[in-house]
Design a protein around this ligand. Structure first.
Ligand code: THU
Length: 147
């Protein structure tokens, strides 16, 4: 785990905060934003989109990655994720859920980085954590296991 943000990762976190503004979370009132950094430098954003039939909702991470795949991008360097009560600062780290970890593993190697941050009311980053895919999903099952 690392704590130092590069300029690129600060911008990625900023993009995740922008994505978070689009969250549709009328049931949990928990707004999440994700910004995915593709290998070619493109950034693709996603937010959580909930549903009246609760399990049908989608997390911000899977929303962003699905959109990227739709656009023909399947190689990624990192994802920034910010989340917290809707209308409030993303004051605590929002780590990806188990389903999103496995979903992202499909397209990401063990060195893919997950960038998390705590922010204050002004939207400034106050603390950061950078994990690798291997750290958050050790001993994982991926597409190479089926080839
Ligand atoms: N959520 C995400 O979008 N990403 C995460 O990493 C954690 C949880 C969403 C799902 C649901 O809409 C809300 O947050 C509360 O669980």
């Amino acid at each position: 785990m690392k704590n130092t943000l590069t300029k690129e990762y600060k911008e990625l976190l900023r993009a995740s905060l922008e994505a978070r503004m689009h969250s549709y979370a009328p049931y949990s009132h928990f707004a999440v934003g994700a910004a995915l950094l593709c290998e070619d430098g493109t950034v693709i954003k996603g937010c959580n989109v909930e549903n009246a039939s609760y399990p049908v909702g989608i997390c911000a991470e899977r929303n962003a990655m699905s959109h990227a795949v739709f656009e023909g991008r399947t190689k990624f360097k990192a994802i920034a994720i910010t989340g917290g009560p809707a209308g409030k600062a993303a004051a605590d780290f929002c780590a990806p859920c188990g389903m999103c970890r496995q979903f992202m593993r499909e397209f990401c190697g063990k060195d893919f980085e997950i960038v998390l941050a705590k922010c204050n009311e002004a939207g400034e980053i106050t603390e950061a954590r950078i994990h690798t895919m291997e750290e958050i999903l050790p001993d994982s099952f991926g597409p190479e296991n089926l080839s």
